[in-house]
Design a protein. Structure first.
Length: 276
């Protein structure tokens, strides 16, 4: 039976709905062999998840998702096999943790200007020790009875074109790639189906290690197209469900979108080459 390896998932320490333990339990139920938790600007759940996953016979690849900005477009990069205790990486995470709180304050002020009664303390109570993001604000709005469901928060208020939207502060792709490399990891372009081809080529020229070919948003033609790009530029291939737990079709995607051992071994081979 072929291996099922999902290298793109999120917990409630980022913008997901499940705790690291709950995510690993669900991964086990879906028959996954290896998983990577790629929370946005947070690695706090990885050690806890790894310890529990070991008991269930699941391996955990250290991961992270970083937001960058290219030609005024938000681009996400996935990092794998990083040293989560790396000093510069921890400085980055600390800085962006603070920036996320500042952004949340600005979003909340816009919501209050719209007549919605919500406070930062409400959101911080919901997010606890995780990196504060829009999902925490959305769930808080549901908790307070301001809206009926999670999706409505984005559709009416805090989505990319909503009246309470606030852009995130990003690092440049070059800075993100250097950070990932310095922390001993490999960098991948996340869900490239959302970006134009010229941006994809710019990231390849900047030195990205691979492309996420398998993603729920990609058609079969797109999967083959990105695999062609991977082969053309001698890059690595990754993939996963981009599971959050609160989005439409999320639950059915976990265990459905994955890569195999060949792709993972190619990554490990590259890591050995880099460290030689």
């Amino acid at each position: 039976m072929p291996a099922k390896i999902d290298l793109h998932t999120h917990t409630n320490l980022s913008d997901g709905a499940l705790s690291p333990i709950e995510l690993i339990q669900k991964a086990y139920e879906r028959g996954l062999d290896i998983i990577s938790i790629t929370d946005h600007d947070s690695v706090n759940g990885i050690k806890e998840a790894t310890a529990y996953a070991r008991e269930l016979g699941i391996d955990v690849v250290t991961g992270l998702e970083i937001s960058t900005d290219l030609d005024d477009k938000e681009i996400h990069l996935l990092a794998y096999f990083i040293d989560i205790d790396h000093e510069e990486l921890q400085k980055y995470l600390s800085f962006f943790r603070d920036e996320r709180i500042h952004r949340a304050k600005r979003i909340i002020q816009k919501l209050r200007n719209l007549g919605l009664s919500i406070k930062l303390d409400d959101v911080l109570d919901r997010s606890k020790n995780s990196a504060v993001g829009r999902p925490h604000i959305a769930y808080t709005m549901v908790d307070l009875g301001i809206i009926q469901n999670y999706q409505q928060a984005f559709e009416k208020y805090i989505g990319d074109y909503g009246p309470a939207y606030e852009r995130k502060i990003h690092v440049s792709p070059q800075s993100a790639l250097k950070l990932i490399s310095d922390a001993g990891g490999l960098s991948f372009i996340a869900h490239p189906g959302y970006m134009k081809e010229n941006l994809l080529l710019s990231l390849i020229k900047a030195g990205v290690d691979g492309i996420e070919c398998i993603h729920p948003s990609h058609s079969e033609n797109q999967v083959q197209f990105y695999r062609g790009i991977v082969n053309q530029y001698c890059l690595l291939e990754s993939g996963g469900s981009d599971f959050h737990g609160g989005k439409k079709a999320d639950d059915e995607n976990l265990g459905k979108f994955f890569i195999g051992y060949n792709q993972l071994e190619a990554m490990r081979k590259m890591l050995r080459k880099n460290s030689a």
